[in-house]
Design a protein around this ligand. Structure first.
Ligand code: TMP
Length: 258
């Protein structure tokens, strides 16, 4: 693995050159950050779980016709994906007020929104990923208006699908973040879903108890983050044999001294 060419190391993933041109390997780390990496830590087994959850959701989204970068999972921590040019916009989809929306507008966390809200943040760590309007996106050419139409339509369909999927396993999909990329085909490019969908970038609350089953457990020092991620995977029907795969992998890593 170490001999592969590393293309990029992000906060939660490493990207390596894939086996064929136009492919990339996404390696999921256990590292967790919050508040633009001011807070750093690890969540044991997170990479394994997020790899599996993201594979599951991207596969299901593919089945309903959402084009995604996902090709196949390679092993516990890696998946093969299509190489894309990332659109430098984080798309935030919200169903219930929480997090920065609640803070910014003084809306109590947990207030259902009258309709789904899409927000856009410009991906720039140095600026702290500021909230921007569609007018900024057009003005600075981060994405064309046609691309933004595709992105917003896909985000709404993804939300409808995921909200139903999570409701079916007793989880309220409060909000989540999506990233999209361009793939080039001749003179044309088209937009596909990229990055990952996992409890790192979603707010997932138990429908009955409002217990948080996502990265807010880490952001807000609530504890039990590994267990929360495992619970999401378990309810999705992944890792049916319990957490042994995750713990086995951790002991494997310790043995290898990594
Ligand atoms: P926010 O309320 O902090 O703006 O977050 C909204 C959603 O987006 C939440 O589910 C977490 C996710 N998110 C990310 O995945 N990455 C980020 O950098 C931020 C700020 C939020």
């Amino acid at each position: 693995m170490s001999r592969r060419r590393q293309i990029y190391e992000g906060k939660a993933k490493i990207l390596y050159e894939g086996p064929e041109p136009g492919t990339i390997i996404q390696y999921f780390k256990d590292d967790a950050t919050a508040f633009n990496a001011e807070k750093k830590g690890t969540i044991n087994g997170k990479g394994v779980i997020n790899n599996r959850i993201s594979e599951h959701i991207f596969t299901l989204l593919g089945h309903i016709g959402i084009p995604t970068h996902f090709i196949r999972r390679l092993n516990m921590r890696e998946q093969l994906v299509k190489q894309v040019e990332i659109v430098p916009i984080e798309v935030i989809v919200r169903n219930v007020a929480a997090g920065s929306l609640s803070k910014r507008l003084g809306i109590e966390e947990g207030t259902p929104l009258p309709h789904t809200l899409l927000e856009y943040c410009y991906k720039d760590d140095a600026l702290g990923d500021p909230l921007v309007a569609e007018e900024h996106i057009a003005c600075f050419g981060w994405a064309s208006q046609e691309e933004m139409q595709d992105i917003s339509a896909m985000a709404i369909r993804i939300n409808d699908f995921m909200a139903g999927m999570f409701a079916g396993i007793g989880i309220r999909l409060v909000d989540f973040k999506l990233e999209f990329g361009r793939v080039f085909e001749g003179d044309f490019s088209r937009i596909i879903l990229a990055d990952e969908i996992s409890p790192d970038g979603c707010r997932l609350w138990d429908i009955k108890t409002d217990e948080k089953l996502d990265k807010d457990r880490f952001r807000r020092d609530l504890g039990g983050e590994a267990e929360a991620y495992q619970e999401v995977a378990r309810r999705l029907g992944l890792f049916p044999e319990g957490v042994s795969e995750v713990t086995d992998l951790n002991s494997e890593r310790k043995k290898r001294g990594k």
